[in-house]
Design a protein. Sequence first.
Length: 630
Amino acid sequence: MNPILSTVDNEIDRLTAFLIDQQQRDGSWHFCFENGIVIDAYVIILFRILNIQNEDLIRQLHDRILAEQQSAGFWQLYRDEEDGNLSTSVEAYYSLLYSGYSKVTDEPMLRAKDYIQSKGGIGKVTSTLTRVILAATGQSKWPLSISSIPLEVLLFPAYFPINYFEFSGYSRVHLTPMLIMADRRFSISTANAPNLSDLIETRIESDEPASRGYQELQDVIQSGLNRILGSPHYIHEVARAKAEQFMLQRIESDGTLYSYATSTILMVFALLALDYDQQHPLIVNAIHGLTSIQCRSNAKTTIQNSPSTVWDTALITYALQEAQIPDDHFAIKQAASYLLSRQQHKTADWSIHNPDTIPGGWGFSESNTINPDVDDTTAALRAIRSLSMTHPSYQEPWNRGLNWALTMQNKDGGWPAFEKNTNKEMLTWLAIDGAKSAAIDPSEADLTGRTLEYLGNFAGLDMRHEFIKRGTKWLIQHQEKDGSWYGRWGVCYIYGTWAALTGLQAVGLPPEHDALKKGAEWLLSIQNSDGSWGESCHSDRLLRYVPLGESTPSQTAWALDALIAVKPEPTPAVDRGIHRLIASMHEDDWKSSYPTGAGLPGNFYSNYHSYRYIWPLITLSHYRKKYGEL
């Protein structure tokens, strides 16, 4: 018997006991979804502008932001961003001063100011979201990248070269309030607002260079404007009203816009731009919604962008089942019941490109009722699969979820995150930082791989089905020359390669196929000397693998899980990785909290507090299941 198995068994037992103990009474799991300091900063600024009386929360957010400052005066998006991040540092500096708990003469603020000035000041900020918040609060001009987009784009019909629903759902709910504010050249301030004028360089370069693609997009927009009938004033008023209704129709019951904190903050400013009173119920409810999604962990408080409750619950339920916790265990039954209650039944924006499909997907967060996604759906379906075979009440929801996921396949054979066939390259030409990743929702290797893994291992489908062949072909065609795949929603090449390899293996790609061999060889080539794996968030921005030089639990687990899927027997490299993975589970340092979730390359990364438990448990369970009898 493999001598490592007893160690694996002990760690599986420890992890399962810990996770079961963390389950909430309703069957869900609530782990923090941590997103850096950006949302905390915006909430402080918003609360001060609206004179929200919540000093405890403001002080806690202030303290958390201040604690993240580095000795050189800057703030980072991730630990190895060694020269700091200008946009994040401006957000931190601005919000700390606005809170009133830091003063310009405080030593940390002096260090922050020096850093920001050394990088060229506010005029060099690249994050569109940061620039919009600065403009909306009177600290800078409205960026041309936003103000040059007319509200009338919301009126372009489907047959135009571009229309509003060609943008990804994520970008639409952020862009709409931005366009409303920019249209009004809106700004709001208070008597206690910090003065950031000393952070503005006297010589500011032009807003954004007009690339050929950007100019072509502007020409298309102008052509669309010329084809809309009616007086310019009337058309503009109709467009403004449509933008307002667009937001109002997508407010969730907790007051948030589309369940995202970032879009909700923008929405509040947009409502003010539309002359809503600060005490209007929509604004009051939005503030309540933002306040309710705070998370307290390790004596620190942060505002989550969108709590990961459904995602975590689905993954943990599946992980426990893979660890051989039986379906009739109370924890599994409670979790499955919770997930069943979160299946979505509304026809929403996703149906515009996927009409005549019965709703059946799942979303990321508990309050999300209109924005399902493929990854959460297949995660929930994994969790309820076995129950659907023995309990009639789960059969119909499982079938609806399966059908919804299948119908979300893109024309090119891959799977997107939220909406199918929203991959028009022209929209990425916008002069907006991150537009290439946020403006559209194309097929991605991680989504396609995980969907194939679900369809193969849980729905019993293989390449005898044409849609499986198409998905497999898309993945093989999008493998990098070095054997890796880029993953959009995790960091990054390890994540994508894991998803692709496990997906291809699940649908029956032969083990000797070049794609599987090259993917496994690439993973082995980047293994750290101690047996672990770790990838830097730099990969996400540079679009090439950048080693972290250290071990992260989730990335080590992903790499090992992929190798276990394609290797018939345990290898010394895999066994070394298993030993190191288990050791990392008993360490608590920066490597355990390094962000391995990706939101927007170069701007937004996530530390899922659940990931250090979920993915190791799944990997150890797969190791035991496959190699336990050898």
